[in-house]
Design a protein around this ligand. Structure first.
Ligand code: ADP
Ligand code: MG
Length: 387
């Protein structure tokens, strides 16, 4: 789960990290009112995406009137950044925050380290909006400091980062304390990322988190009911949100063949084989081990709400779930919903013959497939309108 910059800063602040003051505004009038507290302030579009600065989502205002003018343009606009995709994200609120005089910008984050089965601090003395460029052209400038989950974060990790940043004395202490706050937040709230970019050295000589991004591990959200109120459904893909309500693992893609599969590995293989036959999957969907009629129905609904979907490929391996049970669910869901696009079904596994029988005897128009390759080929053809 992702949250907004202002929410991430509130969390970081609660953990003792230095964050700038700021207020949220949803109208130009509110923006003007909030801006009256500052000589100069920065108006920042709150969308779940980075790269806002370069896309016109971060603007300096020298007066409340200018802040209001900026908000008039920014609130309601569709911000297209390199992270949003071409459709962009609609800005419905802005953060009005103090304009900080910046000496230097650093990059600092904490994230999971799959390779070492631990946590890693990622740091660069060249932070700011060019960090992705740096990652491409000078990756050696981005340094990793691994942290063992057994010992946790210790001051010596912070000392290493201070050296990367070239910070000494009081600033080194500020950095060590900041990392301690970030690490506690990361662990206690089951984050997948705590990122400050830029972390700045201010003209007054202090460290300040000028931007913040905090992502949470969805699988651990059940442990944090307090985080539910931070969720902004409007920022999420509506299909993915709906799928999450049914515990379906669903991810939207750009193609036109809807996939309904049980098991993540089979779902990946299905996407691959569709591409092998020249098609493009419209989604990744793993309905999991309990393909009940309700969940299959929800899955169909989600697939069909995507106007790009021209055919659906159902690829099921009946293991613990038996094929006849799945077939019953499929037929019931499909006949209740009156599906218009071609349905290609491949069933394999326990009670497959009973399953095929149920499909054959139903009045739902289903294209049966012999095996996975046959199903993928038929789905690709059906999507082209050839079948
Ligand atoms: P994004 O990462 O989405 O582009 P940031 O919050 O990092 O958005 O802002 C982009 C750049 O704008 C920062 O690197 C910084 O140089 C500048 N900036 C952001 N907030 C402030 C602020 N409060 N005062 C001064 N400059 C800022
Ligand atoms: Mg940033």
């Amino acid at each position: 789960m992702k949250i907004h910059e202002y929410q991430a800063k509130e969390l970081l602040g609660a953990y003792g990290a230095p964050v700038p003051t700021g207020e949220i505004a949803t109208t130009p009038a509110e923006t003007k009112e909030a801006a009256a507290k500052y000589d100069t302030c920065v108006i920042k579009a709150q969308v779940h995406s980075g790269g806002r600065g370069k896309a016109g989502g971060v603007k300096l205002a020298h007066s409340p009137e200018e802040a209001e003018e900026i908000a008039q343009k920014m609130i309601g606009m569709t911000l297209v950044t390199h992270q949003t995709g071409p459709q962009g994200k609609v800005v419905s609120k802005v953060l009005v925050t103090e304009a900080v005089e910046v000496e230097k910008e650093f990059y600092l984050s904490i994230t999971g380290d799959n390779e070492r089965a631990g946590v890693v601090i990622v740091a660069s003395a060249d932070g700011g909006t060019e960090i992705e460029e740096t990652a491409k052209t000078a990756p050696e400038k981005i340094v990793q400091v691994p942290v063992s989950v057994i010992t946790g974060y210790r001051a010596f990790h912070g000392e290493q980062v201070a050296e990367i940043f070239g910070l000494e004395g009081a600033l080194k202490k500020e950095l060590i304390a900041l990392l301690s706050s970030m690490y506690r937040l990361y662990v206690e709230k089951d984050c997948s990322l705590v990122e400050i970019n830029p972390l700045v050295l201010t003209r007054e000589g202090h460290l300040l988190c000028l931007d913040a991004k905090v992502n949470f591990d969805d699988n651990a959200l059940y442990r944090h009911p307090e985080l539910a109120e931070l969720r902004d459904v409007a920022e999420e893909d509506p299909k993915e949100y709906r799928a999450s309500q049914f515990d379906l693992n669903y991810i939207s893609l750009d193609g036109n063949i809807g996939c309904l599969v049980n098991g993540a590995g089979l779902a990946m293989a299905t996407m691959d084989i569709i591409q092998k036959f020249g098609g493009q999957p419209a989604n990744f969907l793993d309905v999991g081990g309990s393909a009940t009629k309700e969940r299959v129905k929800a899955a169909f609904e989600i697939l069909l709400s995507d106007p790009n979907v021209k055919a659906i490929f159902i690829n099921i391996f009946g293991g613990i779930m038996k094929c006849d049970v799945i077939a019953e669910g499929l037929v019931a869901a499909a006949s209740e919903m009156g599906i218009k696009v071609p349905l290609v079904v491949r069933l394999e596994g326990t009670n497959v013959d009973k399953g095929k029988e149920i499909i054959k005897n139903s009045d739902v128009a289903i294209i049966s497939a012999e095996d996975m390759a046959d199903g993928a080929r038929k789905a690709v053809e059906a999507a082209k309108g050839v079948a």
